[in-house]
Design a protein around this ligand. Sequence first.
Ligand code: VGL
Ligand code: ZN
Length: 204
Amino acid sequence: MNFERDCSLIIIDLQNDFCADGSLAVNEGDKIINKINSLQTKFSSIVLTQDWHPLDHLSFASNQNNKTPYETVEMSYGVQVLWPNHCVQGTFGAEFHKDLDTSKANMIIRKGYRKQIDSYSAFYENDKKTLTGLDGFLKQNNIKKVYLCGLALDFCVYYSAIDATNLGYETYVILNATKAIELDGSKNKSLKDMEIKNVNLIHL
Ligand code: VGL
Ligand code: ZN
C-alpha cells in the first residue's frame, strides 16, 4: 500500500552518534534502519532531519562549568538536559548512518546549529519560537499528514510529534520504526503525553 501525496515520512536524526558506538547511542538505534528503508518506498514525500551542533553548543555538558551529561541547567527558554558531545557539525558522528537510504529524501532539515538554543523538534527550536523551516516546506507541498520515525522516541520524535499536531497536521508516530533514549521514565511520559495530545501511535 502506498501513502497519498498529502503524506510525508519524517525520518528523525538517523545519525552515527545515535547508533551503536556513537557518543549518544540509543539502544538498538540501528535496528530500525531496514524498516525505515522499506517504509521509504511507500512515500512520495520524505524528509530527513540532522542534529547539527557546533562544538561549543550549550547543550553539551562539556561547555558548562562543573556539569556532567544528563544533569540539567536553566537556559533562557527553560530547563535543558545536558548531553555528551554529539552530532558535531562536519564530523562522522553527525553523518547519516551508512545503511540509511538517503537517496529518496526531498528535504534535509538541520537543527540545533545555534550555540544558545537546542532543537529537539523538527519544527521549532527549544525556545518554541524559532522555526526550522519544516512547517513552511510541508505547507507549500500541501502535506496534511506526517508519519514520524527515527531517533529518539522520547526526545526528538516526541517533540516533533507534539509540534506537528499543534501545527494542525494529522500526526502518526511509527512505534516499530523508533527507539527511545530512556532517561528517568522519559519513554512512558512521552507515550502518555502523545496519546493525550491526539498523536496516533501506530505500527506499520
Ligand atoms: C536528540 C538529545 C539531544 C534526539 C538530539 O535526536 O532525540 N536527543 N539531541
Ligand atoms: Zn542534539
